[in-house]
Design a protein around this ligand. Structure first.
Ligand code: SF4
Length: 372
């Protein structure tokens, strides 16, 4: 566990006020940003709390008992989240991912899922509603989530060995309970299930093959995520990043792989299938193979701030509009104006920074606040 945690400067307060557009622009279902990327994917953080302390996301030294978590009154209600989501859907969003913190800590989240499941895309289709969880509560909740209208889950799991798991997540939580959560989600029909493993060189990279062997042939899609300089507190260093190309080569030596085409535009994972047809893996390479050119993702924080990039340093505060005397058309127009001005591409820019440069000098908002 690296001891280089950087003290927190609260970025949550940094946000731009939104001026209501003088002219209401009706939503057309197709909204491009300044780089021509269509808005298709909305990630909604429903809580800033978590019961894990992953070192790359919520280091315990910073997110301790004195950390100023958001009071419940500051959070958007389920009705407010659904109203905001409806405007994004009118602009062409087809996929909603619920995140956190740990989203299953938000009480009655099934109610929100039910409300979102009633929404329809501009083509009249059901939305693709998914959720990213650390799996700690999944065994208990899987069936209720499915019954409420959730289609799929992604589970974060950084190793099979309890000692390694503890080294990455800093909690005494048994891996077996997460694996049982994955089984319960499969039994409930929340598949195909994706498992995300953040790979940190020198900490859990020796777990790559054990994880691949474990999930091969189970229908679960295992994805390896390059360790990222998200937020400003995880003490990120480039020499702890294991490039995805090395991950694939490492697996290839024992388990032959063939490259697969992307499943959808804007997909973050590069797909590799097992040559024997027994399943696939993915690699998500924000550090060494940036994928900003077709990034179609917006992020809504748990208190209603809109972020245009995972590595953003400030958001756009929608809450005054949501709680103010604003029509849906005005809210949709405000969102349109923000997205159309978007030119974020941090990972591409990071690549142009000198290798030892930790960042572009801007303090980024914490991933636990806007969701991964
Ligand atoms: S760095 Fe930002 S713009 Fe690039 S892929 Fe990630 S979220 Fe999208």
């Amino acid at each position: 566990m690296s001891e280089r945690v950087i003290p927190l400067v609260d970025q949550r307060s940094r946000s731009r006020a939104i001026n209501l557009p003088t002219q209401v622009v009706p939503a057309t279902g197709l909204l491009g940003d300044a780089l021509g990327r269509p808005l298709r994917d909305l990630r909604i953080s429903v809580t800033d709390r978590c019961n894990f302390r992953c070192s790359y996301c919520m280091p315990k030294e910073v997110f301790d008992k004195d950390y100023p978590y958001l009071p419940h009154s500051a959070l958007l209600s389920f009705e407010e989240i659904t109203r905001v989501a409806r405007q994004f859907v009118a602009h062409g969003v087809q996929k909603i991912r619920l995140t956190g913190g740990e989203p299953l800590l938000r009480k009655h989240i099934e109610v929100l899922i039910g409300q979102l499941a009633d929404l329809r895309t501009v083509e009249g289709q059901p939305l693709d509603i998914t959720l990213t969880t650390n799996g700690s509560l999944l065994e208990r909740k899987a069936q209720a989530l499915k019954d409420a209208g959730l289609q799929r889950v992604t589970v974060s799991l950084d190793g099979l060995d309890d000692t390694v798991f503890r080294a990455m997540n800093d909690v005494d939580f048994p891996v077996q309970d997460v694996l049982r959560g994955i089984e319960a989600a499969q039994a409930a029909g929340l598949g195909p299930i994706k498992v995300n493993m953040v790979v940190k060189r020198g900490t859990n990279d020796h777990e790559i093959l054990p994880m691949a062997r474990h999930f091969k042939g189970t229908g679960v899609v295992l994805r390896f995520i390059e360790y990222m300089d998200v937020g400003a507190t995880n003490g990120w260093r480039m020499d702890e990043v294991l490039p995805s190309a090395e991950v694939v080569a490492h697996i290839q030596r024992e388990l032959p792989l063939v490259q697969l085409d992307a499943a959808a535009p804007g997909e973050t994972a590069e797909r590799w299938g097992y040559a024997d047809g027994s399943g696939e893996i993915g690699v998500i390479s924000s550090v060494t193979q940036a994928f900003c050119r077709d990034c179609n993702r917006a992020r809504l924080s748990t208190e209603g701030k809109l972020y245009l990039c995972l590595f953003a340093s400030e958001g756009h505060d929608l809450k005054p509009l949501v709680r103010g005397n604003t029509t849906d058309e005005q809210l949709a127009s405000a969102i349109a104006g923000i997205w159309q001005g978007r030119s974020d591409r941090y990972s591409e820019l990071r690549a142009s920074l000198p290798p030892d440069a930790a960042s572009d000098g801007k303090r980024r908002v914490e991933m636990s606040y806007i969701g991964g």
